[in-house]
Design a protein around this ligand. Structure first.
Ligand SMILES: [Zn+2]
Length: 328
């Protein structure tokens, strides 16, 4: 059993471009599991290209963005899903977010000298040489925030970063914060020659049991374990191969028991910063904080995600603050 949305052939470059920058949701009914498989290429180049981070930082940011892309798929129309890692190591902050429509962005804050001092060899696939999460982040926390939009309340879960890789932390997060069993894989390929960044991810989550007989429960248990073993058999090259349709990858992994694929979500870089948002910030800041940001009579607010600079002079600020006073 394998039902999918129409797949695209891996022929011309134009067609090939439809095989990357997308996330495919699926279900494994026999394992009572749902999942997402995602692959990023040009979108990742755009996100990482906004910054000039060391390869080790870019590689983990690529995984973080891939995670955001996979989880965002469960959002309703105007929600935002945010992944944040905060630590006391060389990298102090990493943020990636994704909207329900597949808009992705991310950035990191780090001590460049401390990162340079690490072993930052990122040869071939990241896992073969990049520094581990504890070396990059020190004592750190992973926070996942779901903002469903439409005035609904935000939900945030936090888990201590444990294990060598982001995948370990994600696994721990779902188990501890949401009581969901999961399996997660990431693969990242740094640029090489003409080829840009590539990343892929596979996330499997066990659905709550539906009840039924002990035999059915046992079958589901067996199914789940089989699904996890097969998920962990996926090779990094398969996750990142721009010529391998995600539907085909799913079929390769689960051809015996079958997988039900749903409509893929296209992914791309987009920043949600705007003059309106920055002006809202300037209006809302206490006078002292605003004075601290003012250099030579100008306030320059730079968006961390995309690098866009918003500059306001004294007259602009006076106008914004006057409007504000008038309104309230
Ligand atoms: Zn921006």
């Amino acid at each position: 059993m394998m039902t999918t949305t129409p797949t695209h052939g891996a022929g011309t470059p134009a067609e090939r471009s439809t095989l990357v920058d997308r996330s495919l949701p699926f279900r494994l009914p026999w394992a009572e599991a749902r999942g997402r498989v995602a692959r990023l290429g040009p979108a990742l180049d755009e996100i990482l290209g906004r910054h000039a981070y060391p390869a080790a930082v870019s590689a983990v940011l690529a995984e973080t963005v891939t995670l955001a892309a996979m989880v965002a798929h469960s959002l309703k129309t105007d929600g935002v899903f945010t992944v944040q890692i905060r630590g006391d190591g060389p990298v102090s902050l990493m943020v990636a977010d994704a909207t329900a429509s597949g808009a992705l962005r991310g950035y990191a804050q780090f001590d460049a000298d401390a990162v340079a001092a690490l072993d930052t060899a990122v040869a071939g696939v990241r896992h073969q040489g990049a520094p581990s999460m504890p070396r990059l982040f020190g004592r750190a926390y992973l926070a996942l925030t779901l903002d469903p939009g439409q005035g609904m309340e935000r939900y945030q879960g936090i888990v201590e970063l444990d294990g060598e890789r982001l995948a370990d932390a994600v696994h721990a997060y779902f188990r501890m914060s949401e009581q969901i069993e999961s399996a997660v894989r990431f693969a990242v390929m740094p640029p090489e020659g003409d080829r840009g960044w590539r990343a892929g991810g596979l996330l499997l989550q066990r659905m709550p049991p539906e009840g039924g007989t002990a035999t059915a429960a046992e079958d589901a248990e067996d199914g789940w374990h089989r699904a996890v073993v097969l998920a962990s058999s996926v090779r990094d090259q398969e996750l990142t191969d721009p010529d391998l349709p995600l539907e085909t990858l799913l079929l390769r992994l689960y051809h015996e028991d079958g997988a039900v694929a749903y409509e893929a979500l296209p992914l791309g870089f987009a920043c949600r910063c705007s003059p309106e948002r920055v002006e809202g910030l300037i209006r809302s800041l206490p006078v002292d904080d605003l004075a601290e940001l003012t250099v030579d009579g100008r306030v320059d607010v730079v968006c961390e995600f995309c690098g866009t600079s918003y500059v306001y002079d004294d007259a602009d600020i006076a106008r914004l603050r006057a409007n504000d006073a008038h309104r309230h």
